[in-house]
Design a protein around this ligand. Structure first.
Ligand SMILES: [Zn+2]
Length: 201
């Protein structure tokens, strides 16, 4: 199939990308009680921005632009978070999209998906915090003797500490600080904490 790039002039500035997350309620500012029991002043739920297809496309095109000259043949991401991202980035690059999923805890290609030896593959994910899932996908790509060409993520929460030893690109970098309740500056100010996902948010 002839590769057809579908990238508009949609490269935004870092602040414009952040605004897109904020107006989608994917990035919330306030005082949050996290499932870990810690508190934070920001909360990220990437799925909130991806619910709007035109915004998902804008974010994906930003990643596609970073890798458009790399001869990417296939984009692959881990289920669930990586499925939509892989699909949208693949659409922008005019190539196919695959996803991996865990079977008995092991990351695999299922559903008859396959990669060819030498195939140039871009690995994508919605959010990385430790990079663990991305590493598992890279291992799958290598099992098929395909070539991982780069890693693209929408939200890098690693603080730039994860190195996949490949070209890496992210749309936004976010370092959300979490505090123990007794050390939380927002609690000290008497601001009530909200559980993300409750109806108030
Ligand atoms: Zn607090």
């Amino acid at each position: 199939m002839e590769q057809q790039l579908n990238i508009g002039n949609t490269k935004l500035t870092p602040d414009e990308y952040l605004d897109l997350f904020r107006k989608s309620k994917a990035l919330l500012d306030g005082h949050f009680l996290l499932t870990s029991g810690k508190h934070s002043a920001q909360y990220m739920q990437c799925a909130q921005v991806l619910q709007y297809p035109e915004r998902a496309a804008i974010l994906a095109e930003g990643l596609a632009l970073a890798f458009q000259d790399q001869g990417i043949e296939t984009v692959i991401g881990p289920a669930m978070g990586g499925i939509l991202v892989a699909h949208e980035v693949a659409k922008a690059l005019g190539v196919r999209a695959l996803f991996t999923e865990r079977e008995n805890g092991i990351m695999r290609l299922r559903r008859g998906f396959t990669l060819s030896p030498g195939e140039r593959v871009l690995v994508v994910e919605d959010v990385i915090t430790t990079g663990g899932s991305v590493r598992e996908v890279l291992a799958v790509v290598q099992e098929f003797e395909a070539i991982p060409v780069g890693v693209g993520v929408l939200v890098d929460r690693t603080g730039g500490t994860v190195d996949f030893e490949l070209p890496q690109s992210s749309i936004i970098q976010l370092n959300i600080q979490a505090y123990e309740a007794q050390e939380c500056p927002l609690c000290a100010q008497g601001i009530p904490a909200i559980k993300p996902g409750s109806r108030k948010v």
